[in-house]
Design a protein around this ligand. Structure first.
Ligand SMILES: [Zn+2]
Ligand SMILES: [Zn+2]
Length: 257
């Protein structure tokens, strides 16, 4: 079709970019070709909010300015000692939710890398930087794995491990029983629902023994899932567990936005 070719030659490559430019998963606008990211536009990345200061050094939960979270933080004070540090790249909000959604439902590969990049920019206590060598993703249920064809936490964990120079051990944790869907449950019910839902198979135990393991998930909601996974890792002989997620749900802060 000589005519079409001429048209494109006349208006230049810009027209092709316009036709095929990827669209931002958050705002639905085409992503300018000058931007490297093909998933989320720069403006939407800028709108993603980090967790506010001051925060608890251990769990990064925001604490009131006049309250010292030491020795006992209201959020993490009762957690097992072996749980060392929790970090999330962003607060859950409109943009972060759209990005997480892309990781879960749009094949994931394109989303995991830019998400992991933001997680790799988080700061950790010195001992975490020094000790961690292995990333363990939170396992998904068999039903969801069938549905989606992949575990989004495993994709994210692998991308994050690569950026940090760590290895990933996707088979260390398994779901021992099907927990009910968490969405409709209160925090207390969530904890009861997921307690003992995870374990480390005997043949995987040596991969975590004595290790400081980095557990990875896409979202931290109440922490029930991550804490149940941490418990299973510690019982299997992991020395310490830290947790990294892309987003953290803090409903009060989301409402303020
Ligand atoms: Zn956008
Ligand atoms: Zn805390």
């Amino acid at each position: 079709m000589p005519y079409l070719r001429d048209v494109f030659r006349d208006v230049g490559d810009g027209a092709l970019d316009l036709v095929f430019a990827p669209v931002c998963v958050s705002c639905d606008r085409p992503i300018p070709t000058t931007e490297k990211d093909r998933l989320v536009c720069r403006l939407c990345w800028v709108k993603c909010r980090t967790l506010p200061h001051p925060r608890c050094e251990r769990c990064w939960a925001p604490v009131p300015a006049n309250e010292d979270p030491r020795p006992k933080c209201r959020t993490c004070g009762d957690w097992p000692q072996g749980v060392r540090a929790i970090r999330s790249a962003f607060l859950m909000g409109d943009e972060t939710r759209a990005i997480v959604h892309a990781l879960k439902y749009r094949g994931g590969e394109g989303a995991a890398d830019p998400m992991a990049q933001r997680m790799a920019e988080m700061s950790w206590p010195r001992d975490v930087d020094d000790e961690v060598q292995t990333v363990v993703p939170v396992p998904t249920s068999k039903a969801r794995l069938r549905e989606r064809g992949y575990n989004q936490a495993a994709l994210l964990g692998a991308a994050f491990a690569k950026k940090m120079g760590w290895k990933t051990a996707p088979d260390v944790l398994v779901r021992t029983r099907q927990s009910k869907t968490q969405t409709a449950l209160h925090p207390g019910e969530r904890r009861a629902n997921v307690a003992r839902a995870f374990s480390v198979p005997a043949e995987q135990v040596e991969r975590v023994q004595g290790e400081h393991v980095m557990l990875v998930d896409d979202v931290w909601t109440t922490g029930a899932t991550a804490l149940a996974c941490s418990q299973a890792l510690l019982e299997a002989g992991a020395r310490v567990v830290s947790v990294a997620t892309f987003a953290r749900v803090i409903p009060e802060l989301e409402r303020q936005a």
